[in-house]
Design a protein around this ligand. Structure first.
Ligand code: HEM
Length: 137
């Protein structure tokens, strides 16, 4: 029998959706994220009203796919999805810290927490590409 996937060890789609749901709500309450730049401010004070449920769906699908679940993320590449938000590296790190706190809230064990955070942090170059492009101009 092979090793169980992160998806299975973390508790499957219901556990992942619960984590993403809380994580996404916590981000809206974090001033370091909400006020990071005009684009993020607009999203977290206005656009979220119609886009938050869809974002939670996309994030849940992405995690379920990357963690080895029976789903395929078929949304936009993360570099495209985040480009116009111009997310600076230090804001990425704050979002990562928020994810860590959410995983603690759900008492996700150390090994699974580390694997989930590593998968998230590996996206930093793609997710922050828009901020770099702006800096070059
Ligand atoms: C591993 C890191 C990340 C993953 C996996 C991720 C995942 C996603 C996904 C799947 C989408 C939807 C894409 C689409 O189908 O259009 C999205 C959009 C979005 N992400 Fe991320 N994200 C990450 C990092 C971040 C960070 C650091 C922020 C900073 C606050 C952020 C804020 C947003 C926002 C506001 C949207 C919505 C854009 C819109 O309204 O279309 N994401 N993200």
């Amino acid at each position: 029998m092979g090793e169980r996937s992160l998806y299975e060890r973390i508790g499957g789609i219901y556990a992942i959706a619960a984590v993403v749901d809380r994580f996404s709500d916590q981000l809206l309450k974090n001033p370091k994220i909400v006020n990071a730049n005009p684009q993020l401010k607009e999203w977290h004070t206005q656009k979220y009203k119609t886009r938050l449920p869809g974002l939670k769906f996309g994030r849940t699908l992405w995690v379920a796919s990357v963690a080895g679940g029976p789903y395929q993320y078929t949304g936009k590449p993360l570099s495209d999805a985040h480009f116009d938000l111009r997310i600076p590296p230090e804001v990425f790190d704050e979002v990562s810290a928020e994810l860590g706190r959410t995983l603690d809230y759900f008492k996700v064990p150390k090994r699974e927490k580390e694997e989930a955070l590593a998968a998230f942090n590996a996206q930093k170059p793609d997710v922050t590409a828009g901020a770099r492009a702006k800096a070059k101009r």
